[in-house]
Structure formats: C-alpha cells, structure tokens
Design a protein. Structure first.
Length: 502
C-alpha cells in the first residue's frame, strides 16, 4: 500500500502589537489569537525595537502615541531597513492629519480609536494576505530578497500602459511601489492620457487583485441619484425603489473603488464621501444602520484640485484624504518616443475588433503624427488611427486625410488629399453630400464648451440675472447655479442685485 505524504501546513502569521494601554493590548492579543495568529506584544517603542531585532513578523500593529515616542518611528525603521513587515497604525478618533501622515510615510493602513474589532480583523487579514511565513531577520534586512514580485495580473496590466519612455517607466515603477498598501491614490493627468488604465494597474498589482474593481464616472451621475448610487438604498426609500439595492461601495467590497472625474462631485456629496472614507462605513438611503465597507479608493481627475480647493469648489479635507499618494500621468506630447509602439498596439486592437487586416504604419505616417499637437492625448490618437484605417486604400494608411479631417477647416479651405480627381462642372442637383463634421477627440470637453457658450449667452441676454437665464433655458435656479459653478463661468459682482434673494 503506497504511503501518502501530506505537505506541511503553512505557519500561522506572526504579528507584533504595540500599545501602552494594558487592557487594549490584551484585547488585541486575544482577538488575534482567536483568529489563529501568533502574537507578541510590546508597550513602548524601545520594547518593539527589541522584538524587531530578534525576529521578523508578518505585520506590525502600533499605536500612534507611545510613552517613549511615536509609532511612526517604527514605521520609518521598517522602511529604512527594507523590512517586509506591513505596518498598521492606530490613531485617536478625529486625528485625520495623523492618519494621512502615517499613510504618506508608508503605512499599509490605519485604524481609528476606539477600534471596531470587526474592522480590526479585516485590516489585519488584508495586511498579511499573500505573505509567506516570516523571513529570517538576516533575510528581512536584504532588500533584494524581501521585495515581493508583482503578480502576473499586475504585469499584464502594466503592459497595457504601452511605451518605453522614461516618463512612462516612472509611472509604472510608482504604481508597482504604491499598489501594495491601502493608502488612497489620486491619479492626475489630462483627458485621454489613460488614467483608468493606471487605476486598473494599481488594482491588479495590489493584494486586492482578486476582488472587484468598480469604476465610477462621478460626472455622469445625476445629482439627485448620487447618494443612492454610491451607498445603496433600502426598499421604499424613494419612488420606484421596489427592493434593496447595493451601491458602489458595497459592490467594491474586498476590492478597489475607482472614482473617475472626482472633481465633478458637488460639495454636498463630497462631505458624505469624506465620511465614508474616514469611517469605513456607509449608510444606505432609507436605512438607520451603518454598514462597514472594505474598499480601497483610487480617484482620478483632469482638473487642478488644489486650485478648486482655493476657489471653494472642492473640500480641502477630502482633497487631503484622496491625495495621500499622487500618480501623475504625462501627456502624450511629453513622451512622443512612445508613438511607434503605441500606434502599433492601437492598430493591432483595431484589427482584432474589426476582424480585418490593418494597414502598416509607414515612416511617413509616423512623421505626420510626430508633428501633430495631439492635444487629446491617447484618446485622440486612437480616434485618428480609426479614421485613417477607415479611409485607407489597401496597404496605405491614410494618415494625411485623417489629420486633415481632425482640423476644423474654414469654408474656403482646400479639399483633403484624395486618390481620385475632383469632380468639375457638377450641378447642384448631383452635388456630392458634404462630409459630416469630425468627431471631437474629447467628447466631455466639447460638450462642456458648448454648454458654457449657451449659458454665457443666456446670462448676457438676461443681464446676468440667473433666475431669468434659467427660465430661458428651462432650468431651475439651483440647476443653473450648479452649472455656472461647475463650468467656472464668471458673474459680475452686481449680478445678484438683478435677482430676488434666495
């Protein structure tokens, strides 16, 4: 009879708890022991240092204020020695600045005192997820051995950020470095630079990669539906709510919530979002009970949020909460050396989606692109290539025609280059229909520009009386005020004198 050899079970995670209050220290120890972890405890920075000198741990959980120093000292020690332990910092209720400071210093996550034990267990489980048994101390001091590799899904997500330029490589390195923690990330960059791809890469490189990634366009949700969409709603909480429904926070539980165009959120919703991020709990519409949530927030914007904070359009406390770590995506004009690889990748995708072979990218077509402003970044480049493929004849990529159509030419502009000679002496009855106007490279920016022009015209016709201008456009006073603020339309100081008090 053949004998079977069972593989040894992995050793339980080893955790160091640092807190100077004996009752709390005991509570944390017992909670972790019940979860099956090995636990050691320390009451001061000096005692914690001795524990760390003797052995390596999977995680360190430390209070912010200790009798002989601060928990941040332990965090900085771990970071300076390239130790593998993930550090969770506990801070007093309401000390938002301390939490942000800890996250910026490299903490994996933070907990607010008094600590909710369910949340405590969740954060600890996240901190040790995917880690091996504790390394020997000698190995823990070796950065070459302690760095954990990026998972396969993360490598694939990083490869979707096409290019070898120094600017893009810096973005990829930053993603790999910051993805492993829980600190909120703000992705900044112009429209069309690929901010959502960056968010996808952050998620794929994180320990939450097996959880859901929920992407939300904050500017596309009607204001009256924001709360229900974000936090969910109970049956009967509003007209048409015939059953309980979960919101984006619940849908992203255990994963990442990506808030695109976060700068478009109205101030009232910003306040509710701030509380959800700080307290890690949400209250569904129509409910009296709060629900704990376990999500990592990644947000993105093409706006200058710091300027919006100064102008009063964005909450300062929410800005600092979201902008713990910043990833700046460079515009395409600053990495033109990536154009050949980027064009080829986009052409390959266009070919796969259409099921047809695509013309090759010639040096002449590439030279034309190199001189184009590409103000719409990668989104505009993809638009141009789609158009060039549609206009191409055989193996020739009609980039010259695509670029001509992308410009808003005056009525007497010359005709675009064409392989066929122009028709002459053509009667009006047989006149060929005019080509439709070119598609805008950035639809949202184009629509904002059109809306802004209409609002300015209505305001001028109404002598900047917002009530009268709203009436002309079929809007309420609240709606037109929101649009004026969102589009940053200047109003004369005496504009309020022409309308009744609210």
């Amino acid at each position: 009879m053949a004998s079977t050899v069972s593989s040894p079970l992995p050793a339980p995670a080893h955790i160091l708890v640092v807190d100077d209050e004996p009752d709390l220290r005991t509570l944390y120890e017992l909670t972790l022991l019940r979860e099956g972890y090995r636990v050691e405890a320390a009451a001061s920075v000096a005692e914690a240092r001795r524990c760390l000198d003797e052995r390596a741990f999977d995680a360190v959980i430390t209070d912010m204020r200790l009798p002989d120093g601060y928990g941040l000292e332990l965090l900085k020690l771990l970071k300076s020695l390239q130790r593998p332990e993930r550090c969770v910092v506990m801070t007093a209720y309401g000390s938002a600045e301390n939490a942000v400071e800890a996250l910026k210093a490299g903490a994996f996550d933070y907990l607010t005192k008094p600590v909710d034990l369910k949340q405590f267990r969740t954060v600890v489980a996240s901190a040790i997820q995917g880690r091996q048994a504790p390394l020997p101390v000698a190995r823990a001091h070796n950065p070459a051995l302690s760095d954990s590799p990026t998972p396969v899904a993360g490598q694939q997500a990083l490869e979707r950020l096409v290019g070898l330029s120094e600017a893009l490589q810096a973005v990829k390195q930053r993603i790999s470095k910051v993805a492993r923690g829980m600190a909120p990330i703000l992705v900044r960059g112009e429209s069309g630079t690929g901010k959502e791809l960056v968010a996808q890469a952050v998620h794929a490189c994180s320990q939450r990669s097996e959880g859901p990634l929920v992407a939300v366009n904050c500017g596309a949700i009607p204001e009256n539906l924001l709360e229900a969409e974000f936090f969910g709603a109970r049956k009967g909480s509003y007209t048409g709510a015939q059953q309980d429904r979960e919101g984006y926070f619940q849908a992203a539980s255990g994963g990442t919530l990506f808030l695109d165009e976060i700068g478009d959120l109205p101030l009232a919703m910003q306040s509710k979002l701030l509380r959800a991020i700080q307290e890690r709990s949400i209250r569904p519409l129509g409910s009296t009970q709060e629900v704990p949530v376990d999500v990592r927030v990644v947000s993105a914007t093409h706006k200058d949020l710091a300027a919006d904070v100064q102008a009063g359009r964005f909450r300062q406390d929410l800005y600092y909460r979201l902008n713990v770590i910043e990833v700046l995506v460079p515009p395409l004009r600053e990495r033109r050396e990536d154009l050949p690889a980027l064009c080829q990748a986009l052409l390959d995708r266009i070919g796969r989606e259409s099921g047809l072979p695509t013309p090759r990218l010639t040096p002449e077509a590439l030279a034309l692109l190199q001189t184009h402003p590409l103000a719409g970044n990668v989104r505009e480049l993809e638009n141009l290539l789609h158009r060039a493929v549609a206009l191409s004849d055989g193996e020739h990529l009609a980039m010259d025609q695509a670029l001509w159509l992308s410009c808003s030419a005056p009525p007497d502009a010359p005709t675009p280059p064409s392989a066929e000679p122009p028709l002459v002496h053509q009667s009006k009855a047989t006149e060929a229909p005019q080509a439709p106007p070119p598609l805008p490279p950035d639809l949202q920016a184009y629509l904002d520009e059109q809306e802004r022009a209409i609002l300015v015209r209505a305001l001028e016709l109404s002598n900047f009386n917002r009530t009268a201008a709203a009436g002309r456009l079929g809007l309420s006073l609240r709606q037109i005020r929101y649009r004026i603020e969102r589009l940053n339309i200047p109003i004369p100081q005496d504009g309020d004198a022409h309308e009744p008090a609210a």
